[in-house]
Design a protein around this ligand. Sequence first.
Ligand code: F0G
Length: 376
Amino acid sequence: MSTVSRYTGLIEHYRDRLPVSDDTRIISIGEGNTPLVRLENIPREIGKDIDLYIKYEGLNPTGSFKDRGMTMAVTRAMEEGSRAVLCASTGNTSAAAAAYAARAGMTAFVIIPEGMIALGKLAQAMIHGAVVIQIRGNFDDGMRLVKEVAEHAPVTIVNSINPYRLQGQKTAAFEIVDALGRTPDFHCLPVGNAGNITAHWIGYSEYAGMSTQACAFCGGDCKHPCAAVSDKRPVMVGYQASGAAPFLRGEMVDHPDTVATAIRIGHPQSWDQAWKVREESGGWFDECTDEEILAAQKLLTSKEGIFCEPASATSVAGALRDIKAGKIPEGSCVVCTLTGHGLKDPDTAIKQCEGDMLTVDAELDAVKKAILDNLA
Ligand code: F0G
């Protein structure tokens, strides 16, 4: 028997539950299988008895959860004979599209809002060789243009309106249940376009044997959707940045603004689906201010050693508030998704810590003093 157990990505791992055939050439960079880290210091600090985990999606190959959807979307685009992919993006989708297109030998066209992309994400799109089209507009303008232009050009849209994206992303829910050996009571996510919360719900539903969607891709001739692995689905909680919170306003927001540029979105594409997730799961939406988001980012880095980008910290900012208020009761098992790595946005991180750095002469006394003065 072979002892080789090299992990080769989420499509191989969850093949039975994904829309691929035996002949499909899989485009993978080893995405998925991300750590589920139990927080230790923060629950103690807030004095709550809570089983709180973060799903560290920043540890995917391009540093965000988008890789889960992109492996599936690009695999299917290849299979269908497409030579180019297209997306609008606040940054992470463009990084993932660029990387997976490179792997597949396809061209990636990415439309991004000028001046509103975190530095790391822009670097990724460029170095992977995507054709980067900056627009004088925001993400929602980009999304509108993507849908329009796709009718006139031979390209496959790889935004989350592409159903294969959600199929790939649903595997995060599988991994969580597999890792815990149970379904969490609550799952908290940052919400922008609302594709990810929708995808998680598809995954949890499928694992609980309550799927209404899975068979759409195989015309009913599939192996996957019926076998229940878990006995329940979690309560789904979506947090938005206050300046970009259409789910809290109950309507689209025309001029979204937040420090969490990844979720600077006013016209979510999965609007109806996300409301349905809220209703079916008995969950809720709430909002966090930019200050709360940055404070949560700092808390995670300084207390737990976990560096996520600002948008990701929205899930923890909201969850901690709801745990403190008792809305998420003590004794619960809670998972917060950290959607993207902190290194994506070094500017915002450094800005948060301005003044924290010491500059001294290159002399023993000066360095010794700096150390002794700062020993806790
Ligand atoms: N967190 C991060 C780091 C993101 O990049 C995004 C979305 C979200 C959360 C929200 O997920 O849209 O599924 O609700 N980023 C997209 C992009 C829009 O273009 O990279 P969602």
